[in-house]
Design a protein around this ligand. Structure first.
Ligand SMILES: Cc1cc2nc3c(=O)[nH]c(=O)nc-3n(C[C@H](O)[C@H](O)[C@H](O)COP(=O)(O)OP(=O)(O)OC[C@H]3O[C@@H](n4cnc5c(N)ncnc54)[C@H](O)[C@@H]3O)c2cc1C
Length: 363
């Protein structure tokens, strides 16, 4: 390789890698040039050999603008901060993008300020709650990533039997906080699914045969619109928007609070039954049989194929919304050779029993 080019390449590779921290506050596309020996018009960003660890410099400036505009209750993180990785992490690795910065708004007012800056600059952004979207770009971005982590409220209102839930939580956290009150809400069936995407995208839960989809149990949304206005959306204030949000995901703004109907919660009956893959025909027949013949809205199953220890296993999660299920409810599953058992337990413990967390990061 020509010596001059070798020098140029080493120089431009080492410059950003060694000086990352000091460059970040002042980085500007017009001022960062590689060595003048190489080419006066040749910026480090133009070299295809160099990974763009700093991302788009225009976006970087917007991240700084956000940082300067928000209160102490919110924060902006860059890729040298461990909290950045927590913010951009997804259940499925392929859904994660490396954004220029991650923003954790801590108040609705700060989120409104952030949306105004994003709107003014028309910069791409992503909104993440629990990160269980399997599609790249749905809750990830290469530009400004917004993590809703700090909206972590769970407030039970016994007078009107409602619960205010924040989109920064996963369902285990919500059930755990409601357990002492013997109430629940219609949320996710397995560990670590996020409140935000689940409640804005439909939401089929363990109690759906009794109460409908999760969206049917939402009474009001607190919403920051794309132009940074904060509104409370219910059937009276904005009926069209209220309807649109029920399945509208992130198309109408960012939800900062869901007011949900509180539902009574006793101990439940159920658990995980694990089967060898050789039982596939028996399990599929049993699942179809249960689906066609079960008339009890408190009984439900979830049939899942899981990679465990290098082989494929089948699991059935059985749920009954009372401490004891009527005799024979799940016999077609327990009569096939399996590991695991069905038992009386808390609702939270049933949700946590799902083996789905084992497959996190494997896709
Ligand atoms: C292992 C697993 C189990 C699942 N089990 C079920 C199940 O039992 N029942 C069921 O119905 N679904 C289930 N799902 C699907 C799941 O509900 C959806 O993928 C849901 O979108 C995940 O929500 P999230 O907040 O974790 O995802 P995210 O990836 O964080 O968000 C999903 C979408 O919602 C948007 N969004 C998130 N928060 C907000 C907000 N506050 N304001 C505006 N937009 C927002 C994001 O931008 C993105 O477009 C499951 C998915 C997985 C991976």
């Amino acid at each position: 390789m020509n010596l001059l080019w070798k020098f140029c390449i080493e120089f431009v590779i080492l410059l950003p890698l060694t000086n990352t921290l000091s460059i970040i506050p002042t980085l500007n596309r017009n001022t960062i040039y590689s060595n003048s020996l190489c080419n006066q018009n040749f910026t480090i960003f133009d070299n295809p050999l160099i990974p763009r660890i700093l991302g788009n410099t225009d976006t970087l400036q917007i991240c700084h603008d956000i940082e300067n505009a928000i209160s102490y209750e919110s924060q902006v993180f860059y890729l040298y901060d461990p909290r950045y990785y927590n913010d951009i992490h997804h259940y499925s690795i392929s859904s994660t993008n490396f954004s220029v910065c991650s923003v954790e708004p801590g108040t609705t007012n700060d989120l409104a300020i952030i949306m105004k800056i994003i709107g003014k600059n028309r910069v791409p952004f992503g909104i993440k709650s629990g990160g269980h979207s399997l599609n790249p770009g749905f809750s990830s971005t290469k530009d400004v990533h917004i993590s809703m982590l700090r909206f972590s409220q769970v407030n039970y209102n016994p007078t009107d039997q409602t619960v205010d839930v924040g989109p920064g939580l996963v369902w285990n956290d919500v059930y755990k906080q409601l357990q002492p009150f013997n109430v629940s809400v219609l949320g996710g069936r397995v560990s670590n699914v996020g409140v935000g995407g689940f409640l804005l995208g439909g939401g089929y839960g363990w109690k759906s045969n009794q109460y409908g989809l999760s969206i049917d149990t939402i009474l009001e949304y607190e919403l920051v619109t794309p132009n940074g206005t904060i509104i409370n959306v219910n059937n009276k204030t904005y009926p069209d928007l209220f309807f649109g949000l029920k399945g509208g995901l992130n198309n109408f703004g960012i939800v900062t609070n869901f007011k949900m109907r509180a539902l009574p919660q006793t101990l439940v009956y159920g658990g995980v039954l694990l089967y060898d893959f050789l039982e596939i025909n028996n399990i599929l027949n049993a699942a179809v049989n249960f689906q066609h013949n079960n008339q009890d809205p408190k009984a439900q199953i979830l049939c899942d194929f899981t990679s465990l220890g290098g082989s494929v296993a089948i699991n059935i999660i059985a749920f009954y919304d009372a401490p004891i299920a009527p005799p024979n409810t799940f016999d077609i599953f327990t009569s096939i050779g399996h590991l695991g058992k069905l038992q009386t337990r808390s609702f939270l413990s049933l949700v946590q029993a799902s083996p789905v967390v084992i497959t996190e990061n494997m896709r």
